[in-house]
Design a protein around this ligand. Structure first.
Ligand SMILES: Cc1ncc(COP(=O)(O)O)c(C=O)c1O
Length: 362
């Protein structure tokens, strides 16, 4: 399948092929990929540090910028330590081969991101999934599988990437305590948007003491790339000592690593961007009825061909929206995945809603 070719992207617009469109596919929820203050900082860091890390952290690349950013982000979140990775996929793919063993049980939500599933499959641990956001089913799974296991991990997302709905964190914390499990929350789509000054979904729910590991990805609301696992010293030191994708990969470019720290500082100060994002989400939801209250707005269509047709109609009308299908989402649940950002204008959102309504009737 041909992927749409992007020739130019700025704010809420994208030139796709030869057509300028309003972009509703971006995970750059706060418009940070084009934030002037952040770009100026990264340009300065580029002059200061150069481009590449020149080696893995363990060999020649352990620059103080990484240590400063790790310490800063961990403090911002409220955890003792953090370890950076080149991407969320790389991080999630390596967690369980590092921390878990043959006698571990890993329980994930059914809709957990593919990177976590791949990560479990890279380990020797047993994987069991519970029905999406179904705490009762999680308790049944724990009852059935937890005995004889040396350690149990429960893995959830804060906001699910294809559904935009939120996990029942507090109820899951109760079960985690009951079974003395390690609770891991992937905050890829919530960091920067929730909590005090953007410090995340777990903090918004005062869950910091009960969530053992938080996974942050910086390619979304930070407008950059890279990722960080934040946790206690023991887990972070184990990752730094043993994790193969940390040890055997060239570290993130230094300007990006420095930009991650700067982005968190700007996010802490710029509440206006979050307010604008929330206003845009509310506007969209007054026009189109969906099950999500977050910036990720799925419009479930069901049949793959129909979803592709709707996508085409929107593209023809100048709205860059993508449909997603199995295996990214369950079979028969093809959908449009619309993402709302702070860069959208009210006019753009109203026009999209009208085009969506028209696409279904024509
Ligand atoms: C929930 C979740 N975790 C992890 C990732 C991977 O992050 P990255 O894009 O930095 O590889 C994604 C990416 O979409 C995601 O949605």
């Amino acid at each position: 399948m041909d992927l749409p070719l992007i020739l130019h992207k700025k704010h809420s617009l994208a030139t796709v092929g030869n057509q300028q469109m309003v972009n509703f596919t971006s995970n750059d929820y706060l418009g940070f990929s084009d934030n002037e203050e952040l770009k100026a900082h990264v340009k300065h860091a580029l002059d200061l540090y150069g481009l590449g890390a020149t080696g893995s952290r363990r060999l020649s690349g352990n620059h103080q910028v990484y240590l400063e950013t790790e310490a800063h982000i961990a403090r911002w979140i409220g955890k003792p330590a953090g370890v950076m990775f080149n991407s969320g996929y790389q991080m999630n793919g390596a967690i369980f081969s590092t921390l878990a063993s043959k006698s571990s049980l890993i329980i994930t939500d059914k809709l957990i991101h593919a990177s976590i599933i791949d990560g479990v499959q890279n380990s020797e641990a047993q994987l069991v999934r519970f029905r999406h956001n179904d705490v009762h089913h999680l308790s049944q799974v724990l009852k059935k599988y937890a005995h004889n296991k040396t350690d149990i991990y429960i893995v959830i997302e804060s906001i699910y990437s294809m559904d935009g709905d939120m996990s029942p964190l507090l109820a899951i914390i109760e079960l985690k305590k009951q079974y003395q499990a390690t609770l891991i929350v992937d905050e890829a789509h919530s960091i920067g948007l929730y909590g005090n000054g953007g410090n995340g979904w777990v903090n918004q729910h005062s869950g910091l003491d009960d969530v053992d590991v938080m996974l942050l990805a910086f390619g979304k609301s930070f407008g950059l790339s890279g990722a960080m696992l934040v946790s206690n010293q023991e887990i972070v030191q184990r990752m730094k000592a043993k994790c193969r994708s940390y040890i055997y990969s060239t570290a993130l470019p230094l300007p990006i690593a420095s930009g991650i720290k700067k982005a968190s500082e700007i996010i802490s100060e710029r509440n206006d961007l979050n307010q604008k994002l929330n206003k845009n989400i509310r506007l969209f939801k007054t026009l189109i009825s969906t099950t999500s209250n977050t910036q990720i707005q799925p419009i479930i269509i069901g049949d793959k061909d129909t979803a592709i047709q709707v996508e085409r109609k929107l593209l023809e009308r100048g709205f860059f929206c993508r449909s997603v299908h199995h295996p990214t989402v369950p079979k028969g649940e093809s959908r449009l995945r619309i993402t709302i950002t702070s860069a959208h204008t009210a006019t753009q959102i109203k026009a999209l809603a009208e085009a969506i309504n028209n696409a279904f009737v024509q």
